[in-house]
Design a protein. Structure first.
Lengths: 287, 419
């Protein structure tokens, strides 16, 4: 990467600043840094050292193109994103904007068509399936809008599932899991199949499952999308608690602007591109 | 093959207690969730394996029956039958018979010790109101008694051999007397055969050969009087003098028999020839068995493959979920292979059990019609059954291979989008 090009990137959110109408400059210890927006500049000033190191997840000029016969759809176009360890990041955008595809890239559920995808400094865009699986299984926990529990397994077995596939088998005794079920108020529902549970209950089970391998990153693809607002808020509280109290990196895709208010970082995506940051931050925070 | 190796590598990576047990439980829960689909696939295999087992059991029964008889006859016994050597069965069914005298004349040849002519027929017997169809052998009383005693050492269990060729007397095989009818027969009892009253003169000891033990024995004259069939010899047992040259005696018999005009084609079975013929029949039976086994296994395998492909489609989303929560390609492949292997194995187990049950049923039914018992649990080759089980498991695994490969190669995101 050319130095001049690197200088044109926001060190906090990773956005490419080339061509932006307005950028923000901050001088720290005599050195000039450029940002896409005021919030990014402010965050940088609070902990400049953190943002000069490697982000936990780094997407670099990432493209995702789908081919269906002769039709080619560019779902993600030259995406540049930094996600920092321990942050709560919200990816926000309209339906079809590419936000779920972006999340799939971050969670290694899909491969980019081109560009770089780095996890803790390591390029994982082109690594083998096995390596991606090991990384996904040990570092990531997923919570989906549709809950995605296996219908023929009980809630208990669903929670245990990531353990079955995990390389390293940690302590996951029955008592241990039972305690977790009690903690989320499902102690009596452990041996029920997903179809016998309400949406909120299924999502709580899904969160337990996401935590089974003690992951550093929790990924939520519209985790409250299928729930009423009260239940949705409870689920959201559970997830945010995992971020604030346990320090797990939390990345949530949503089109609910309210969720973004609690986030450390907001990525707005429109037509496969992250929206110029100045506009997005001011707009989101104004709301 | 490479994938299979990788799967084996995964299996080795954990202890049996860990992964295999977990995977097995996972698969079993999945199978139990779709009982109808799973059982229908299993039935596909069951039918194939059942056929194989029936053929195996009955063909080994046939082999045993033939071998038993061969052993009983000893090396100095020749059997003379109508029909060409290449088509003995057609000859027997063709109804050609030697005349009694033509056969008895053979006794005058040098080197021949004795000749026993036999005629056989199925007749209706009525004992204390219970009616059965029985196989009746007939010869002269002295010929029959000598043959049973000399070739097998079989004596009377009760009573004695009759001597009067014209008397209404009958001798029963051991099982015919003891278990063919609800009431077991005793010497002196009355049995009606083809509407004529007979006195039970004796009951033979057990010979161990089911056909003979279930048969009635009757004098030559009486048999032809009540059966209404043309008198004649269907088979003749010829015993040589000890130490005689078998080829020389055979040539003499052939020369003598070619003079008679009743039976144009006939066969003289020497022990060696009998063994060779039996051997070639058994080979044909086994070839047919292999072909049927192969075809039914292929049909079963296609069934498993079909189910597994459908299953992959149905569970695409679940495969995506499993991959998202950390299942590797090898894990997904292992799950599907274990599932198809289990289906094959369960099909094999049930196929074997059903096959044995049906063979037993066929054998019992055949015995009621007077045919020899073709099946006994003692004669089953258990090693063959183990081989069948291994083959069904491997067939299951192999049929699951392509669907499993397809499942394991799905990108998680792509699979998750599937509804």
């Amino acid at each position: 990467m050319e130095k001049s090009e690197q200088e044109r990137r926001d060190p906090v959110c990773g956005m490419n600043l080339t061509g932006l109408l307005e950028t923000f400059e901050e001088k720290i210890d005599g050195e000039a840094f450029y940002f896409c927006s005021e919030p990014c500049a402010k965050r940088f000033k609070t902990d400049p050292k953190k943002f000069q190191g490697d982000p936990m997840i780094h997407l670099h000029d990432l493209w995702k193109v789908f081919h269906d016969g002769s039709v080619t759809t560019e779902v993600l176009r030259a995406i540049n994103v930094h996600i920092w360890k321990g942050d709560f990041t919200v990816i926000i955008g309209a339906s079809g904007s590419g936000k779920s595809t972006l999340l799939n890239m971050i969670g290694m559920l899909d491969r980019p068509s081109s560009g770089g995808l780095f996890f803790e400094g390591r390029d994982i865009a082109a690594t083998s399936d096995d390596d991606r699986t090991i990384l996904r299984s040990s570092k990531f926990g997923f919570v989906f809008q549709q809950y995605n529990l296996i219908p023929w397994l009980t809630a208990y077995d669903n929670v245990l599932l990531p353990r079955v596939f995990a390389e390293a088998k940690g302590d996951m005794s029955r008592e241990h899991i039972e305690k977790h079920f009690s903690d989320i108020g499902l102690g009596e529902r452990m041996n029920h199949r997903p179809t016998e549970l309400s949406g909120g209950e299924q999502q709580r089970v899904a969160i337990l499952r996401a935590l089974a391998n003690d992951p550093e990153v929790i990924i939520g693809d519209e985790p409250t999308g299928n729930l009423d607002s009260t239940t949705g808020n409870k689920i959201l509280d559970m997830l945010i608690k995992l971020n604030k109290e346990e320090g797990r990196t939390l990345i949530i895709v949503t089109h609910d602007v309210d969720i973004a208010k609690n986030a450390d970082q907001v990525i707005v995506i429109k037509d496969g591109k992250t929206i110029p940051s100045h506009a997005r931050h001011t707009k989101i925070y104004a709301e | 093959m490479v994938r299979l190796f990788l799967v084996m590598r995964v299996i080795r990576r954990y202890t049996l207690n860990d992964m295999l047990k977990d995977f097995l439980l996972l698969v079993l829960k999945g199978i139990r969730y779709r009982p109808m689909r799973s059982w229908l696939t299993v039935i596909g295999i069951v039918i194939g394996i059942m056929l194989v087992v029936i053929i195996l059991a009955l063909s080994s029964g046939v082999k045993n029956v033939i071998n038993q008889q061969l052993q009983m006859f000893g090396s100095d016994l020749l059997i003379i039958l109508p029909g060409k050597e290449t088509s003995i069965v057609t000859g027997l069914l063709g109804g050609q018979k030697f005349t009694y005298n033509d056969i008895m004349d053979l006794e005058k040849l040098p080197g021949v010790k004795s000749v026993a002519p036999f005629d056989v027929g199925s007749m209706n017997a009525d004992f204390k109101g219970e009616k059965k169809s029985v196989l009746v052998h007939s010869s002269r009383w002295d010929k029959m008694s000598a043959l049973f005693l000399e070739s097998r050492g079989t004596r009377m269990a009760e009573g004695v051999w009759p001597t009067d060729e014209g008397a209404n007397e009958v001798v029963l095989g051991y099982l015919a007397g003891k278990s063919l009818f609800k009431n077991s027969a005793r010497v002196g009892d009355e049995i009606i055969v083809q509407s004529k009253r007979f006195r039970v003169a004796g009951i033979l000891q057990r010979t161990g050969e089911q056909t003979d033990d279930n048969s009635f024995y009757m004098s030559w004259d009486m048999f032809h009087m009540i059966s209404g069939v043309n008198p004649g010899v269907v088979t003749a047992m010829l015993r040589m003098q000890p130490g005689e040259n078998i080829n020389l005696v055979t040539r003499q018999i052939r020369f003598q028999l070619e003079k008679q005009t009743e039976v144009t084609d006939f066969t003289i079975l020497t022990p060696e020839k009998t063994t060779a013929i039996v051997g070639s029949i058994v080979q044909i039976v086994e070839l047919v068995l292999v072909i049927i086994a192969f075809v039914s296994l292929v049909v079963g395998a296609v069934g498993i493959m079909n189910t597994m492909y459908t299953s992959v489609l149905e569970r695409t989303k679940q495969i995506g979920i499993m991959k998202a929560v950390g299942a590797s390609r090898d894990s997904i492949m292992s799950l599907f292979l274990i599932e198809s292997g289990i289906i094959g194995l369960v099909g094999g187990v049930f196929g074997i059990l059903l096959g044995l049950a049906v063979s037993y049923g066929i054998s019992v039914a055949a015995m009621n019609f007077g045919a020899p018992s073709l099946f006994s649990f003692v004669s089953i080759d258990y090693f063959e059954l183990v081989v069948i089980l291994i083959i069904t498991f491997i067939t299951g695994v192999l049929s699951g291979l392509f669907p499993a490969r397809a499942a394991s190669r799905l990108e998680p995101a792509e699979a998750l989008r599937y509804e």
